[in-house]
Ligand binder design. Sequence first.
Ligand code: UTP
Length: 507
Amino acid sequence: MASERAVRGRLQRAGQEHLLRFCAELAPGPRAALLAELAELEPDALREHCRRAAAASARAPGPPPFPAARLRPLPPECVGSASRADPETRRRWEDEGFRQIALNKVAVLLLAGGQGTRLGVTYPKGMYRVGLPSQKTLYQLQAERIRRVEQLASERHGSPCTVPWYIMTSEFTLGPTAEFFKEHNFFRLDPANVVMFEQRLLPAVSFDGRVILERKDKVAMAPDGNGGLYQALADHQVLEDMARRGVELVHVYCVDNILVRLPDPVFLGFCVLQGADCGAKVVGKACPEEPVGVVCQVDGVPQVVEYSEISPQTASQRAPDGGLLYNAGNICNHFFTRGFLQTICREFEPLLEPHVAVKKVPYVDEEGNLVKPLKPNGIKMEKFVFDVFPFAKNFVAFEVPREEEFSPLKNADSAARDTPTTARRALLAQHYRWALRAGAHFLDVHGAQLPELPGLPETEDPPAICEISPLVSYSGEGLEMYLHEREFQSPLILDVDQARALLLQGS
Ligand code: UTP
């Protein structure tokens, strides 16, 4: 057990002795827990962490926008487009992606260590139900997409294949996620192919560089951002596990995009055929002011430029075709080769600069009272997964249609965007479009045909409820045999059993 004297010495070295100010009054259990937590903090790293946080808060509200002369859009030869490519090219990408999947060379990696504070739930976001008729959670949708892609790749290439699922969690999400997967029998995936690992935490720091105590016996800790991935890969020898399985290509994604295609053969095939070591899926920005990061070049090097780092004038600049010049919105959906990840972990991870997030951090005041601050009082330092783009030798971007691939769940329903309601509508609108495209007809209660999708899917419900299990169709493929020239009333829940029944009816 860590002795108070030893811990005090380490904290003095880091300039953080105040963390022991309630130690003497604690009962033995909480006291031991606090000392154990503090003993984990390496003094020199802690001193540097606090120095950086204080320096960053002095520079607040953040770095000024980049001068326009330093920015350039990505060169066209590095950008592919799912919707603008001709069908033959698209098919080539997809074939290549499926080939790699069938060769067992592809893994998916989920970033699920976030605390989901804006959504405001006390459990991991992946366990959230947005209110689909099937009541599926985000984790279940993702698991079923993996199973479907494995099935499609196996059918095409005539041999069974596996897409291992790596899940990065944090202290906040590991326990409940592991429990949830067990309770749901790993959604019928082989547990040996679901690998959970934990990212590190960092202390939250006040504006004057002092680590915050959340309780008398507990430091305020937060996950080190989704860019904590690289440290976590090294901590848990995840790349070695990939190497043992023969995985060469990794599709990394966020937990909260309900439309995420994983693994996406088209994206993977494009990246492989371009010889890329690192790639990002992007969507066209909705408007110049949309608060998303933009993938572009800074001084000739690929990077994500945050919306605060680009001036309104530059953000509104137009390309010759009339679209926005800086249009490539980052959706946290990335391609990496294992070799690239290895280079990052071995050489570049220490060079990644943490970003500063100014937050309201609950704390205990000098008198020992718990305080929930009403305005931001602390700093959390986070690395971002895309911070590694500048180290790529061959970086590519791949543009996909937003309505097909991106609808993030960030906020509670009281917000205007990125809520459970907008996520549910985006998925149901997509499935309604797929069904119509496959030749289904939807009728109202009087037997009259319902229309195609009016207006924006985010603001209106589709005319009929249609939910298609990912186990039946992953991206709208293969639906004609169930739906063509058939009439349905809302709701149509096309799961595996219903699909089987429709086939039987048709034969
Ligand atoms: P967000 O930046 O949206 O953060 O994460 P969040 O934690 O989910 O939500 P808020 O900001 O607290 O409301 C984008 C993705 O990165 C993951 C999240 O789980 C999500 O998939 N993430 C975020 C991590 O894996 N680790 C982190 O430390 C932070």
